[in-house]
Design a protein around this ligand. Structure first.
Ligand code: GLC
Length: 554
């Protein structure tokens, strides 16, 4: 394992993302908690997980399920206590698993003490901790920017007689990073968690922290006359100065990993963002998940894409991170649909589609991120009315679609596809009440398919999606080609097969996935090779691939 020696611990492991509210409830209040996570550490260990990314567990009014934080250095009582958190770290540590926290530093909650002080008048010590501007002469908001969840990005505050900026919901006011005291307070909070022993950070919405020097209107891109704030503020020049300071004051010299959420960073800028000269170890970029969004729209109507496009963007990301930083491989998270519904034809058998995606996730170059339930092959929900949805962005998306002239049925179709609630339904542990997630009334309904798709059932079935994930994870940990090896895309123009190789010296592993729901012939070059792992040992035909079949070859 010579090549592997140069890799850090987090480049050789698998990260598992937990949405704590939906993972496991030990108190019966219908909301998951920290002790529920601790109780399932052995389950994660068996999956080969070396780090757990927790979406925010800090006190929060919950307008955006924890991404609106009212105290950066406490635990939300809904999730437990600081002692529960310390116990989680200690128990995880015994199993060589690190806990990774989510830093939400573009904005706080409007109930954070900092904001309450800031909005109380124009002269208090925190008066410029947020982004305040006067109204235009006619009393309208300072600019025509639309927030990411819909509606104006400006909210009027009577007490100050000014507007404040919010990139996301109005309950998520943007912090003013130009103020050194704000930056220091945020660094102190991150260091607080490092001192508790956390193994890294996922840094939320980080491309929005720097605002342009002059705020001006953009060309309207919707019937509301507004323009998407993303295109006005993401990745503003000068942002890297802040981030270098952040690195120096928090991350530098620590044996942790950092992964920034970086919508808006182009591949040719990557070397400034990650790696030796950059600021983070990895960046989540969204070129592959955004293929299904119509140009420039965020969380709106789905559009068609081709397999060759998916292969191209993934291969571009592999190439861009070959020498700069490292790639965090993901196909699901708490903001995206289940991958089975997102990437495959409607007639795809869900468990086969889940296995096909797993093979790609666990054999590409980078650190794989598995989102809770993905390892079971969980699928989207499709509730009848918008009122049934909790996700704030689904409501914004629905209203926006109506405003744009789509019918209510069409708007619901978009919600069914993109709603973040698809990935937020409770974890499916068994076929009993509430899928074994909670004894109480669950905060979000359990997906109806829990009697079939659940941990207990899949542990008993050697052909389950979970069994396949475990097999792949073990295989990955044993083969340095899959951790350290170079990536090469094969058959770039094929619209059915996703194939690539991973190699170290003259050792090579080839992943071949039939992405289509048809039986297709397998190009000559892949026939007759030794099969290391596959999904169709029973129906296998030497020269053909069954629908969604995976073969991992030598
Ligand atoms: C990120 C999070 C998302 C959240 C938003 C605002 O995109 O992943 O869940 O709503 O930031 O914090």
């Amino acid at each position: 394992m010579a090549a592997e020696k140069n890799l850090k611990w987090w480049q050789k492991t698998i990260v598992y993302q937990i949405y704590p509210k939906s993972f496991s409830d030990t108190t019966g209040d219908g909301v998951g908690d920290l002790n529920g996570i601790t109780a399932h550490l052995d389950y994660l260990k068996k999956l080969g997980v070396g780090a757990i990314w927790l979406t925010p567990i800090y006190p929060s009014p919950g307008v955006d399920n924890g991404y609106d934080i009212s105290d950066y250095v406490e635990i939300d009582p809904a999730y437990g206590t600081m002692a529960d958190f310390e116990n989680l770290i200690a128990e995880a540590d015994k199993r060589k698993i690190k806990i990774v926290m989510d830093l939400v530093y573009n904005h706080s909650s409007d109930k954070h003490a900092w904001f309450l002080e800031s909005k109380s008048g124009r002269k208090n010590p925190k008066a410029d901790w947020y982004i305040w501007r006067d109204a235009k002469n006619d009393g309208s908001p300072p600019t025509n920017w639309r927030s990411i969840f819909g509606g104006s990005a400006w909210e009027w505050c009577e007490e100050r007689g000014q507007f404040y900026l919010h990139t996301f919901a109005k309950e998520q006011p943007d912090l003013n990073w130009e103020n050194p005291a704000v930056r220091q307070a945020l660094y102190d909070a991150a260091n607080f968690w490092l001192d508790k022993g956390v193994g890294g950070f996922r840094i939320d919405a980080i491309t929005y922290i720097k605002k342009p020097a002059i705020f001006s209107d953009g060309a309207p891109d919707g019937k509301d006359g507004l323009t998407n704030i993303h295109f006005m503020t993401a990745n503003t020049k000068g942002i890297l100065d802040f981030l270098h300071e952040f690195k120096e004051k928090v991350f530098a010299g620590r044996d942790i990993f950092t992964v920034g959420e970086a919508n808006g960073v182009a591949a040719d800028e990557l070397n400034q963002w990650v790696g030796k000269n950059g600021v983070f170890d990895m960046l989540f970029e969204f070129s592959h998940v955004n293929l299904s969004l119509k140009d420039g729209e965020i969380w709106c109507r789905p559009t068609e894409w081709k397999l060759t496009e998916l292969k191209k963007v993934l291969s571009d990301s592999q190439a861009a991170t070959k020498n700069n930083g490292w790639y965090p491989i993901f196909f699901e998270n708490h903001d995206h649909p289940r991958c089975v519904n997102h990437f495959f034809a409607k007639d795809a058998e869900p468990d086969k589609a889940a296995k096909a995606m797993a093979a790609i996730l666990l054999t590409l170059r980078g650190t794989p991120f598995i989102y809770e339930g993905q390892e079971l092959g969980c699928t989207n929900v499709a509730w009848d009315s918008i009122e049934q949805y909790d996700d704030i962005s689904s409501h914004g998306q629905y209203d926006f679609a109506l405003e744009e002239g789509f019918s209510a049925a069409e708007a619901m179709e978009f919600v069914h596809f993109f709603s973040r609630d698809n990935a937020r339904t409770p974890m499916q542990w068994n076929g009993k009440k509430n899928a074994g997630f909670s004894t109480g009334k669950t905060w979000l309904p359990v997906n109806d398919n829990y009697k079939i798709i659940n941990v207990e059932a899949e542990e008993k079935n050697s052909k389950s999606v979970l069994a396949w994930y475990r097999k792949l994870a073990k295989f990955r940990s044993e083969r340095e080609e899959l951790t350290a090896g170079d990536y090469e895309l094969l058959l770039p123009d094929d619209e059915n097969i996703f194939a690539f190789s991973r190699g170290v010296d003259d050792k090579k592993i080839i992943t071949v996935v039939n992405f289509s729901t048809k039986k297709i012939s397998l190009p000559e070059d892949f026939c007759g090779r030794k099969i290391l792992l596959d999904t169709e040992s029973k129906n296998r035909e030497e020269k053909f691939l069954q629908p969604l079949e995976v073969r991992i070859l030598e």
